[in-house]
Ligand binder design. Structure first.
Ligand SMILES: [Zn+2]
Length: 235
C-alpha cells in the first residue's frame, strides 16, 4: 500500500515532519545562532565563522545555517575556540585549561571561566594572588554550605578546607588543621559555636588570621584580598 499523509493525501518527498514543505524556515540566522552559543561580540563571531568555514560547515556567502548542521557546528566551535571575558584571571585559567584552543573575547556572562558571576570574577584574582604569594591552603571555620561551595568554586587552584561551625573539635585536631594551613578564615554571622571558633583564633606564626564579620562568599573574598595585600607588603 502506498504511503499517505495524515489527511489522506499522498505523502510527498518535499514535506517535512509537520506536513509543511521543507523551506529556508529550517535554517537559522548564523549571527543569532552564534550569539546564542556565547559568541556575543562581533570579534568572537568573526572567529567562529572562520572555524565553520574551515570545517566546511558554512561559507562566507551564507548568513544562515540549516538546523541539521547545528550539532556539528557546536562541536567544531567547542574544539577550536574558548570564550573569555578578558579578565586576567579568566584568561590565565582558560589558557591552562585549554592551551590549544584559540581564545576569543566575549561578554562576561558568556565567559567559560567566570560566567559573569561576581564571586568567580573576584575569586579568580584572589586565587591568582594566593598562588603568587605561596598561599596554597585556606582553612575556613564556619560558613553556610551553599556559600562554602561558592567559595571553593571561586578559589580554583587553592585548597579550601572547611570546618563546620557546629562540628565536634578538640584542641589537638584543631592544632593539626592549623599547621597545614597558610591562612585561617573565621567566618562570623554564620552558625559557628564559640567553642569551635575559639580553637582556631590563635594560629601559629606564619599562618594568617582573617576574621570575616558577614556571611556570603563575596565577603570572604574581599577580606582575603585585603589580607593578601598586607602580606605582599610585608614580604
Ligand atoms: Zn571571565
Amino acid at each position: 500500500m502506498k504511503a499517505r499523509g495524515d489527511a489522506g493525501r499522498p505523502a510527498t518527498k518535499a514535506r517535512g515532519d509537520h506536513g509543511r514543505p521543507t523551506t529556508m524556515d529550517d535554517a537559522v540566522p548564523l549571527a543569532a545562532f552564534l550569539t546564542a552559543e556565547g559568541f556575543d561580540t562581533a570579534e568572537a563571531r568573526v572567529a567562529a565563522r572562520e572555524v565553520l568555514h574551515a570545517a566546511g560547515l558554512s561559507n562566507p556567502r551564507k548568513s544562515a545555517i540549516t538546523a541539521a548542521k547545528l550539532a556539528a557546528c557546536r562541536s567544531a566551535l567547542r574544539e577550536a575556540l574558548v570564550r573569555s571575558c578578558g579578565l586576567a584571571a579568566c584568561e590565565r585559567s582558560l589558557a591552562v585549561r585549554a592551551p590549544r584552543k584559540h581564545l576569543v573575547r566575549v561578554l562576561p556572562a558568556s565567559c567559560e571561566h567566570c560566567g559573569g558571576v561576581a564571586s568567580r570574577r573576584t575569586g579568580g584574582g584572589v586565587s591568582a594572588r594566593c598562588l603568587e604569594l605561596g598561599v596554597r591552603r585556606v582553612l575556613v571555620v564556619g560558613g553556610l554550605p551553599a556559600a562554602c561551595r561558592e567559595l571553593r568554586a571561586a578559589l580554583s587552584g587553592v585548597e579550601v578546607d572547611l570546618v563546620e561551625g557546629t562540628a565536634k573539635r578538640d584542641a589537638k585536631r584543631a592544632k593539626a588543621e592549623l599547621s597545614r594551613a597558610d591562612i585561617v578564615v573565621i567566618w562570623g554571622n554564620t552558625p559557628l559555636d564559640h567553642s569551635v571558633s575559639a580553637l582556631y583564633r590563635r594560629p601559629p606564626a606564619g599562618v594568617g588570621l582573617v576574621l570575616v564579620p558577614t556571611r556570603g562568599a563575596a565577603s570572604v573574598l574581599a577580606a582575603l584580598a585585603v589580607h593578601l595585600e598586607g602580606r605582599a607588603k610585608r614580604r
